[in-house]
Design a protein around this ligand. Structure first.
Ligand code: PMP
Length: 399
């Protein structure tokens, strides 16, 4: 008898599959706007200057001992200041249970497991659409999923009315997954006033907001501004949960640097919650990786490196915003009679173009342009060199 003969190959990941197809294409014109990682204007991956400098300080100076089970205390402290605010009373009062996590994915998964363990009958409301991995994460944690309206296909913006209805109609005390900024895949965020209304309604319904913040700084170029939704919920006295990732805003993708925090009613509760988060981590990976945590804590705790980082985040965000303008302008100049306003209204790494799966297939087959079939364009893959080609191809398939 065979041990593993019954194992069928897993379904291909829709995002990673795009990269594979791109790499296999010999065409010199090929363009990859599938992958969610920042590229410079030459299409090359970027290591930030502040990261290089932090690494110089690490090299030869620091040992490679295990971190504590909950991760680097310093890295957690700096992460919390970014999300909750430098002068947050909540931090001073030690009301936040926080652990270093395996980037944003690991933070979400740790939370989902914690939710299942301590509120086993709870569910999670997830926006439609969302980052596909959210579904996998809560599925594998055995938390039942419900969905709520988010995106409006006609306006290519927020379906605020339907979203509010779903919030009102959910049973009191429901868990909701919210993208703190730069919603993936749509690039559509609520306005500040809309966030205030959402927060108010969450209060009325006693819902739990869990913020996935994978792009702090990447939306506006300013991490403080991108934390606005979270700050509004904090002002309103919500007990929030938050997953932070340094993959995008520090370009630390493969280092798996992130933080999970859960705001508690008092310090005693926070100590208990943190100890339980560590209990969940212990049999899975024991303790988190050290290198990325050192990079993050060195940058954020040094005023010179932090300023450099803020400048570099702004640079990345601005390049993307510039490419949004260029893409829209190029398509409009070709005489398209469709509206492309959403390219510049949307924010963050992605443009949810509204192209149909058939149009995306044509982009790939006729023009060697690679992206997910839901029409999501990674603006990080758009450059001065390819924006004209991309615009022309989009115009051709959408006429
Ligand atoms: N949440 C969202 C919405 C994301 O887009 C991503 C990255 N694609 C993540 C979480 C997690 O990424 P990482 O685990 O690399 O931090």
């Amino acid at each position: 008898a065979s041990w593993w003969g019954h194992v069928e190959p897993a379904a291909k990941d829709p995002i990673l599959g795009v990269t594979e197809a791109f790499l296999a294409d010999p065409s010199p014109n090929k363009v990859n706007v599938g992958v969610g990682a920042y590229r410079d204007d030459n299409g090359k991956p970027v290591v930030l200057e502040c990261v290089r400098e932090a690494e110089k300080r690490i090299a030869g100076n620091l040992n490679m001992e295990y971190l504590p089970m909950g991760g680097s205390i310093k890295m957690i402290e700096e992460s919390l200041k970014l999300a909750y605010g430098d002068d947050s009373e909540l931090i001073k009062d030690k009301r936040i249970a926080a652990v270093q996590a395996l980037s944003g994915t690991g933070a979400c998964r740790l939370f989902a497991d914690f939710q299942k363990r301590f509120l086993p009958d709870s569910q999670i409301y997830i926006p439609i659409p969302t980052w596909a991995n959210h579904h996998n994460i809560w599925r594998d944690a055995h938390v039942p999923q419900r969905t709520f309206h988010y995106y409006h296909p006609e306006t290519k913006g927020l379906d605020f009315a339907a979203m509010m209805d779903d919030i009102k109609n959910a049973p009191n005390g429901s868990f909701f997954l919210l993208h703190a900024c730069a919603h993936n895949p749509t690039g559509v965020d609520p306005s500040e006033d809309q966030w205030r209304e959402i927060s108010h309604q969450f209060k009325v319904k006693n819902h739990f907001p869990f913020f996935d913040m994978a792009y702090q700084g990447f939306a506006s170029g300013d991490p403080e501004r991108d934390a606005k939704a979270i700050r509004i919920f904090l002002e309103d006295g919500h007990m929030i949960g938050c997953a932070q990732s340094f993959a995008k805003n520090m370009g630390l993708y493969g280092q798996r640097a992130g933080c999970l925090s859960i705001l508690c009613e008092n310090e005693i509760q926070a100590v208990a919650v943190k100890s339980q988060l560590q209990q969940i981590a212990r049999p899975m990976y024991s303790n988190p990786p050290i290198h990325g945590a050192l990079v993050v804590s060195i940058i954020l705790s040094d005023s010179v490196l932090k300023s450099l980082w803020l400048k570099e985040v702004k640079g990345m965000a601005n390049r993307i915003i510039g490419m949004r303008n260029a893409l829209r302008e190029n398509i409009e100049n070709l005489g398209s009679n469709l509206s492309w306003e959403h390219i510049t209204n949307q924010i963050g790494m992605f443009c949810y173009s509204g192209l149909t799966p058939e149009q995306v297939d044509r982009l790939t087959n006729d023009f060697h342009i690679y992206m997910t079939r839901n029409g999501r364009i990674s603006m990080a893959g758009v450059t001065t060199g390819n924006v004209g080609y991309l615009a022309n191809a989009i115009h051709e398939v959408s006429k």
